[in-house]
Design a protein around this ligand. Structure first.
Ligand SMILES: Cc1ncc(COP(=O)(O)O)c(CNCCCC(=O)O)c1O
Length: 445
């Protein structure tokens, strides 16, 4: 199938009649717990466009939540997947091995920060990768405690849900939660009580106090942090904070885990967001963009830490599925050959100034922030920093009605985030941002 025409066009209202029919079938067949953002059913997608079953061409500023960085039908991904699926779909790497698994591991060992000896284990989902990073850190240190941050998101499994901060919709009613998970305040510069300049130093002091005085550093296996907090609201840490955490972790023999599941693989204008902070983590988790749309996740880290787990201690039936590995090799090939790290920087240079221009006295936009192609605006009551989730929802609804797919996130539900495919063209990107600007203006009141 050819790539869709890279231009926004609506032939029906959103949702169209066919999507509405399918929505009725969906509602009858699926539990209400499965959320949905834009009420359209997809027919095909590629580049920066999603084409729905009614023929509407929608600008994709979501990438399936930071997954299809190379687009949803990258030719290299498609070619490798088609070839692999004809050879074999699955044998379980714990049963019989295959080269694609090793090739993906080699690539991650090469691409991740640090020139030390590294090893990689593959899994299927981000939550699995985070769970296993914690398991590995616990075995390597002989310690039980895990320290996470406010506004963190790490997954929906019992342990990762316990590590995630936001209660609704991720945790409400699902307890009791995992033990030995402790939370330090996140340095949320825009919302830090002492102001953005004080946020890094004060948040670092609070983390150190939590670890040393309340837990006991000798009980802490790992500190797990997103280099830019994603679901929590695209929170970029203040300069020096993550480096301070890394120094502190090293001082106390604590494993530093960078959760790069949303930030990794060129998304922020570096291959990994840790690079912006000059931080080399002990372990690093990836997923989302790694598989180019197929489910693949990984823990990559210091070989001596990764090898602490005895044989048989890591794995999963589908962990490192061969078709997903083939897709990943295609995605990594595209990311590197098309220099999508530089493209992400170009997207930031093109878009962030336009988002920043939406802020100002009396604006509903309190802050514009982000790095690379991981950008966001925080919606507030004009003249205050009071979160305005209703305004965020209204702006997003206006964008959806005009055929532009944006996502809302944030602990307070008041952040509109932009995660365009890194292969999106400038004209389409500009069009999508113009629709967002008009939607904000309409809600400005
Ligand atoms: C930093 C970070 N770590 C871990 C995860 C979890 O990755 P899985 O592949 O969804 O398990 C994420 C997934 N974020 C999108 C969640 C979508 C939803 O479930 O509502 C992340 O962003």
């Amino acid at each position: 199938m050819a790539q869709p025409t890279q231009a926004r066009s609506l032939v029906t209202a959103i949702p169209g009649p066919r999507s509405k029919e399918l929505q009725q079938e969906r509602d009858a067949a699926l539990p209400v717990g499965l959320g949905m953002t834009m009420p359209v059913f997809v027919d095909h997608a590629g580049g920066g466009i999603i084409v729905d079953v009614d023929g509407n061409h929608v600008v994709d500023l979501a990438s399936g939540i930071a997954v299809t960085s190379v687009g949803a039908s990258d030719p290299e991904v498609a070619r490798r997947v088609a070839e692999q699926v004809e050879r074999f779909t699955h044998t379980c790497f714990l049963v019989t091995e295959y080269a694609g698994f090793v090739e993906v591991a080699d690539a991650l060992n090469r691409l991740t920060p640090g020139d030390h000896a590294k090893k990689t284990a593959l899994f299927s989902t981000g939550a699995e990768a985070v769970e296993n990073a914690v398991k590995i850190a616990r075995v390597a240190t002989g310690r039980p405690a895990v320290v996470v941050l406010g506004h963190a998101y790490h997954g929906r499994s019992l342990l990762t849900m316990s590590m995630t901060a936001k209660n609704i919709p991720y945790k409400e009613g699902f307890g009791p939660f995992a033990p030995e998970v402790y939370r330090a305040p996140s340095p949320y510069p825009y919302r830090w009580p002492g102001g953005p300049e004080a946020s890094g130093e004060e948040a670092l002091a609070a983390l150190k106090d939590l670890v040393v005085s309340q837990i006991g550093a000798h009980h802490v296996a790992a500190i797990v942090a997103e280099p830019i907090q994603g679901e929590g609201g695209f929170i970029v840490p203040p300069p020096g904070y993550l480096a301070g955490v890394a120094d502190f972790a090293r001082e106390h023999g604590i494993v530093l885990v960078a959760d790069e599941i949303q930030t990794g693989l060129a998304r922020t204008g570096a291959m990994f967001a840790c690079e912006h902070e000059g931080v080399v983590p002990d372990l690093l988790t990836t997923a989302k963009a790694l598989g180019g749309g197929l489910p693949l996740a990984a823990v990559t880290g210091r070989a001596e830490i990764m090898d602490a787990v005895p044989a048989g201690g890591l794995g999963g039936t589908y962990a490192g599925n061969p078709v997903a590995c083939a897709a990943a090799l295609g995605a990594l090939e595209t990311i590197e050959s098309r220099d999508l790290v530089s493209r992400a920087r170009e997207i930031e240079a093109r878009v962030l100034p336009r988002l920043t221009a939406l802020t100002g006295p009396g604006s509903v936009v309190g802050e514009a922030r982000g790095r690379g192609a991981m950008l966001a605006i925080e919606l507030v009551r004009p003249g205050t920093t009071e979160p305005a989730p209703d305004t965020a929802r209204a702006v997003a609804a206006r964008c959806h009605a005009e055929g532009v797919l944006v996502l809302v996130c944030g602990t307070y539900g008041n952040v509109i985030r932009l995660l365009p495919p890194l292969v999106i063209g400038d004209e389409l990107l500009d069009d999508g941002i113009s629709v967002l600007e008009a939607a904000v203006a309409a809600e400005q009141g």
